[in-house]
Design a protein around this ligand. Structure first.
Ligand code: SF4
Length: 326
């Protein structure tokens, strides 16, 4: 903790010339040489002013609902969130995935780079060798946030090359951290088969994504989410895998050793911690539904009938089985 900082200090502090730094990930603090002091709490504003100690302003009651996707995929593996190192958290998710969704195979292959920690954990529990079966071109971006389908399709071929010596004739467990639209996964499975894989057993270290994110993550609308449209069997067939298994919500929590209430799991279970104009049970945007209704003759527009924004009950049960083996 830097000189002059309060005993129960604030936020991320220190750095090259003893300033104060706020960042969304601890990895950013490491880069500038700052020391982690504590997290900014939900409902708290931190004010930094030149020549003054940081001030903490409480503007709302704390309501913890951290995006669990930060721990599954978005955050850097060297970052810490909720007291957990994200590499370790993901490795433990892979371990749990191997317990929930075992597979008969010869080797465990990660989808680079983000599937690697979970694949390492899977291999550890399954007692299978961990092998890199694909090489990533480091000069291309993340596929699923690229804007067009054509660009995404070109993206996989540019991004990944198979290691044929590793893959040929082997039964693979391929571990990835998510399936959003399914198009990238399909291309990866095809790439592995063309390289001679005998079998491809796909294992995902997160639950299926059924619902859109209203909080800023570009997963698009639900019609673009493959799990919102297809059953697990149909997804397996669409991507061309021999089997497909996902980690359950309960499994994610077990790997994190943290309670459900700490996180937002809304894109997995439809339980939005902040109300949104969406009916998770029927997977419908309420404003769209309302608009269709008020267009019928004799029906008042939604503005005259009060708000349609409400919280919905959870759409899926914790630990519900989410797998299919071929
Ligand atoms: S809906 Fe999903 S992506 Fe969006 S904040 Fe919640 S967990 Fe994260």
């Amino acid at each position: 903790m830097p000189e002059g900082a309060p005993e129960r200090g604030l936020w991320a502090a220190g750095g090259i010339d003893r300033g104060w730094v706020l960042a969304s990930e601890t990895a950013a603090l490491d880069i500038v040489g700052a020391e982690v002091v504590r997290d900014v709490e939900p409902g708290e504003i931190v004010v930094l002013e030149a020549g003054r100690e940081p001030r903490s302003i409480r503007f709302a009651e704390p309501h913890h609902a951290l995006c669990v996707f930060e721990l599954i995929y978005f955050g850097r593996p060297d970052s810490y969130m909720e007291g957990r190192n994200l590499y370790e958290a993901r490795r433990r998710m892979g371990m749990q995935l191997a317990r929930e969704q075992p597979a008969e195979a010869d080797i465990v292959v990660p989808v680079p780079d983000t599937g690697a920690p979970a694949a390492a954990g899977f291999a550890e529990v399954a007692g299978l060798p961990y092998r890199e079966g694909m090489v990533r071109n480091r000069y291309t971006g993340r596929t699923f946030i690229e804007p067009s389908q054509a660009m995404r399709q070109r993206g996989v071929n540019v991004k990944l090359s198979p290691l044929r010596e590793v893959i040929r004739g082997r039964r693979l467990v391929v571990v990835d951290d998510s399936i959003v639209r399914g198009t990238t996964t399909k291309q990866i499975v095809s790439l592995l088969r063309r390289a001679g894989a005998a079998e491809v057993h796909l294992r995902i270290s997160a639950p299926p994504i059924y619902h859109p994110c209203f909080y800023g993550i570009d997963t698009q609308i639900e019609t673009e989410l493959i799990a919102a449209r297809l059953s697990i069997d149909e997804i397996r067939d669409f991507v061309g895998a021999d089997s497909l298994g996902y980690l359950s919500i309960k499994g994610v929590l077990s790997a994190l050793e943290l309670p459900y209430e700490r996180f937002c799991f809304a894109c997995f279970d439809g339980n939005y911690p902040v109300p949104v104009p969406y009916d998770a049970h029927h997977r419908k945007f309420l404003l769209e539904a309302d608009e269709a209704r008020w267009r019928r003759p004799g029906t008042a527009p939604p503005a005259e009938r009060g708000p349609a924004i409400r919280r919905r009950p959870r759409a899926r049960q914790l630990g519900e089985p989410i797998a299919h083996r071929g």
